[in-house]
Design a protein around this ligand. Structure first.
Ligand code: 5AD
Ligand code: SF4
Length: 443
């Protein structure tokens, strides 16, 4: 049996695509392996969102390509860097056999077949009507507590910093029935928590007059027997409509956590990023969400050092994060990406030292907010859905609250998939520690 090793960088989309590749390679006899040195086919699914993830491809290929001198192994570069760099990857790394972009995932089997005799390059985009969302289930999803389900591909926004529109093409919504069929299939495999994914989920269906909207989709997924938790990512604050906010009052399985990337707290910077909302509009959405769901926890993405960002702009970002009290954020220094409109602003580039200082200040504040929020949970009992054994500690399992807090507590791996009441004993910046509230405390 040939073995396939897939290394995934980047976002949930990439993780999901890697699962679809595993699913499609399975009928050709490919068995997934965790050991790259033992694989007949190695696929690296790449990310180009910032320069750093892109560098990871370089170091990964530096490890796998030398092996071609001593054993036969097919090496494929997939994902967003493949889409951007196309055939140049063959020039830069002569050992690579196959290069394909995110739109070609549905063709992985034929491409791997063809790569036996010739180099294969596929960076075609499908037209909006013809995009084939692969329907086979990721074999690795079976037995897991949570799984991703894609609801759309691509993105029609043109945020000036972002490379995604050129790597993933225009937005296409996946047919409603296909999404529900995949949710039902996953529930049949034991999955209980569904995360709907897309570049901009709130605009689901809006391009087709009369088609179901994202709120309709949330209600339909909520009605699927066996679904216990619904999450989704990523949302655009501009498109967060009242119909979706209303779902938080209506749908108890919808998790009390939303990742709502704000990017900046300064209206001037938001305008230059072409985000099409203001700080006031963002705060209004947050207030509505909290009114509909009082225990709502918010997390976000922030870019510091966008070209032209002044100290005053950054102060606006700090005051916004202070006002919202996000309980988690991914923050990044602006990274100029090829072909993006922000490149035209580079004569106002923020010096790296300044951006670094802002990033550290923001992250230090973020950490304090998380520690403070988690300290208030100590002594409280929370319900968690157990995901499985802790990766670090023997005899410890981890689970998540509806608010997406990771809780570690002593327990048997057999608890996986169950709801357990846990008394919080300690709060760290990113996780919580606890003990079962339904068990005798340890002597
Ligand atoms: N530089 C820095 N961060 C970026 N992101 C997207 N593009 C860039 C860039 N050019 C961040 C945004 C986005 C997250 C996925 O990555 O914050 O929400
Ligand atoms: Fe995902 Fe964007 Fe990275 Fe592509 S570039 S893998 S869409 S985060």
């Amino acid at each position: 049996m040939p073995r396939v090793y897939i290394k995934t960088f980047g976002c949930q989309m990439n993780e999901y695509d890697s699962g679809k590749m595993r699913a499609q390679l399975a009928p050709a006899g490919f068995v997934p392996t965790e050991d790259m040195d033992d694989a007949d086919l190695v696929i690296v699914n790449t990310c180009s969102i910032r320069e750093k993830p892109e560098q990871k491809l370089h170091s990964f290929l530096g490890r796998i390509l030398p092996q071609k001198k001593v054993r036969p192994v097919t090496v494929a570069v997939a994902g967003c860097v493949a889409q951007m760099d196309g055939g140049n990857i063959f020039k830069k790394y002569p050992g690579v056999d196959l290069v394909f972009g995110p739109d070609a995932v549905a063709k992985v089997r034929e491409m791997v077949d063809a790569a036996r005799t010739t180099r294969v390059l596929d960076t075609e985009f499908f037209g909006a009507d013809g995009y084939p969302f692969p329907s086979d289930l990721d074999p690795d999803a079976s037995g897991r507590v949570g799984a991703f389900v894609t609801i759309q591909k691509g993105c029609d926004n043109r945020c000036t910093f972002c490379i995604v529109p050129s790597t993933r093409g225009d937005e296409v919504s996946r047919p409603f029935d296909q999404i529900l069929a995949e949710v039902e299939g996953l529930v049949g495999e034991g999955v209980r928590e569904i995360t709907l994914i897309g570049q901009n989920v709130n605009s689901y269906g809006l391009k087709i007059p009369g088609a179901p909207t994202f709120a309709d989709l949330l209600r339909a997924v909520h009605a699927v027997p066996g679904v216990e938790v619904i999450r989704y990512t990523t949302s655009h604050p501009r498109d967060m409509g009242d119909d979706v906010v209303a779902c938080y009052a209506e749908l108890p399985k919808l998790a009390s956590h939303l990742h709502l990337p704000v990017q900046s707290g300064s209206d001037r910077v938001l305008r230059r990023m072409k985000r099409f909302y203001t700080r006031a509009r963002y705060l209004e959405v947050v207030a509505k969400l909290r009114a509909a769901r009082p225990d709502m926890v918010l997390t976000t993405d922030i870019i510091v050092g966008f070209p032209g960002e002044t100290n005053a702009d950054f102060a606006e970002t700090m005051s916004l994060v202070e006002a919202v009290r996000f309980e988690g954020s991914f923050s990044f220094k602006f990274s100029p990406r090829p072909g993006t409109p922000a490149l035209r602003l580079m004569d106002e580039a923020v010096p790296d030292g300044v951006a670094q200082e802002r990033l550290e200040k923001l992250q230090a504040w973020q950490r304090e907010v998380q520690l403070a929020a988690h300290a208030t949970l100590v002594g409280q009992t929370v319900r968690v859905l157990v995901e499985g054994p802790s990766a670090h500690d023997e005899g410890v399992v981890c689970g998540r609250t509806s608010t997406f807090k990771m809780v570690n507590f002593p327990g048997d791996p057999a608890l996986t998939g169950q709801w357990i009441d846990v008394r919080i004993t300690r709060g760290f910046a990113n996780t919580l520690r606890g003990e079962r509230a339904d068990a005798e405390p340890a002597a």
